[in-house]
Ligand binder design. Structure first.
Ligand SMILES: NC(=O)c1ccc[n+]([C@@H]2O[C@H](COP(=O)([O-])OP(=O)(O)OC[C@H]3O[C@@H](n4cnc5c(N)ncnc54)[C@H](O)[C@@H]3O)[C@@H](O)[C@H]2O)c1
Ligand SMILES: Nc1nc(=O)c(N)c(NC[C@H](O)[C@H](O)[C@H](O)COP(=O)(O)O)[nH]1
Length: 268
C-alpha cells in the first residue's frame, strides 16, 4: 500500500503555475528545473551533515510525490544519496499524472562515492518500482578509473554538456561541474523536466543561478532543529563592494498542507 495520498483539487490548483511548462522547455537547451526542499523554521534541512531528518509531514510528502509525478527526472547530490539512501521514485497513485515511463533518478557524484549497486533506488528499479538511476560523473574521473567507461548508466559531463568517454574532453574540474553543463547533458539524454531535491550544497549553488531554475517549492515545517544543523544559506553576495541579498523569490504563493507551509516562487 502506498504511503502517498492524493492531493485535493485546490492543492493541485495552487501548484499548477509552478509545474513544468512545454513552452518554457522548448525555448531553452536544458530541462525545466524545479528546485525543492523541506526546511525548519531556522532554515535547516537536516540535524547534522549526513543525517536523514524527516521534516515533511504526510501531506507535504504527498505533495513532493505529486511534483515528482510531473517531472521526467529527479536529481540529488551524492551527499544526500549516501545520507538518505532515498527511493527517488514516484509513488503518487494517480497514474494519469505520472510520466508514462516513470521518473529517472539522477545522482550527481563526480568522484564516484555512491554505492550504486547497493542503493535502495537500484533495488526498487530491479523490482519494477522505479527506473534505474543515472550517475553523473566528471569526465576527468576516467583518467583515474578508465574501467568505469564500461559500466552502464553513467553520464560523463565535460565543460559543455554530455561527453563521450572516448572524446577526450578532460578539462572539467573533477569536483565542481557547471550546472549549465550538467543540465545540458541531461537534456541531450532526453530529459525535459527535472526536480532537484538537494542537499545543501546543491541547493545553495542553484539559488545563486536564477537563469537555470524555473520554479522553487519550499516546505517549511513548524520546528526548529537547533545549532549544528545543515542550513540552506547561499554564499554571501556583494555588489560594488556592498553586501546584497544572496537570492530572493518573486511571484510567490503560500498554502498550508497539514501542519506545514508550502512556499512556491521563482528566483529573481
Ligand atoms: N530536507 C530536505 O529537503 C533535504 C533534501 C536533501 C538532502 N537533505 C539533507 O542534506 C544533507 C546532504 O547535503 P550535502 O550538502 O552534504 O550533500 P549534497 O546532496 O548537496 O551533495 C553534495 C555533493 O554533491 C556533489 N556536487 C554538488 N554540486 C556539484 C557540482 N556543481 N559539481 C559536481 N559535484 C557536485 C559533490 O560531490 C558534493 O560533495 C543530508 O543530511 C540530507 O539528509 C535534506
Ligand atoms: N521534501 C522533503 N522532506 C523531508 O523531510 C526530507 N528529509 C527531504 N529530503 C529529500 C531527499 O531527497 C530525501 O532523500 C527524499 O525525500 C527521500 O524520499 P524518497 O525515499 O525518495 O521517497 N525532502
Amino acid at each position: 500500500m502506498s504511503d502517498i495520498d492524493q492531493l485535493s483539487t485546490e492543492d493541485e490548483a495552487f501548484l499548477r503555475p509552478y509545474l513544468p511548462d512545454d513552452d518554457a522547455i522548448s525555448k531553452k537547451e536544458r530541462p525545466f528545473v524545479t528546485l525543492t526542499y523541506a526546511c525548519s523554521l531556522d532554515g535547516m534541512i537536516s540535524l547534522s551533515p549526513g543525517v536523514r531528518t524527516t521534516l515533511s509531514g504526510p501531506e507535504t510528502k504527498s505533495m513532493t510525490h505529486y511534483l515528482r509525478a510531473h517531472h521526467e527526472a529527479i536529481l540529488v547530490g551524492v551527499g544526500t544519496a549516501i545520507a538518505d539512501d532515498p527511493s527517488l521514485n514516484c509513488r503518487y497513485s494517480r497514474s494519469s499524472s505520472c510520466p508514462p515511463q516513470g521518473l529517472r533518478p539522477v545522482v550527481l557524484d563526480p568522484t564516484m562515492r555512491w554505492d550504486v549497486a547497493g542503493s535502495k533506488a537500484t533495488a526498487l528499479a530491479s523490482e519494477g518500482k522505479g527506473k534505474a538511476p543515472w550517475v553523473v560523473h566528471a569526465t576527468s574521473v576516467l583518467d583515474q578509473n578508465p574501467e568505469v567507461a564500461e559500466q552502464a548508466k553513467r553520464l560523463f559531463v565535460g565543460t559543455d554538456g554530455l561527453c563521450d568517454e572516448h572524446s577526450g574532453d578532460r578539462t572539467a574540474s573533477i569536483s565542481r561541474l557547471e550546472w549549465r553543463s550538467i543540465l545540458k547533458a541531461l537534456y541531450q539524454k532526453g530529459i525535459r523536466s527535472i526536480m532537484i531535491e538537494g542537499g545543501a550544497t546543491v541547493i545553495n549553488d542553484l539559488l545563486l543561478q536564477p537563469e537555470l531554475v524555473d520554479s522553487v517549492v519550499v516546505t517549511i515545517a513548524p520546528t526548529w532543529l537547533g545549532e549544528g544543523g545543515v542550513t540552506v544559506t547561499p554564499a554571501q553576495q556583494t555588489r560594488d563592494g556592498v553586501r546584497v541579498n544572496a537570492a530572493r523569490l518573486k511571484e510567490t504563493s503560500w498554502r498550508q498542507f497539514g501542519q506545514d507551509a508550502v512556499l512556491c516562487g521563482r528566483l529573481e
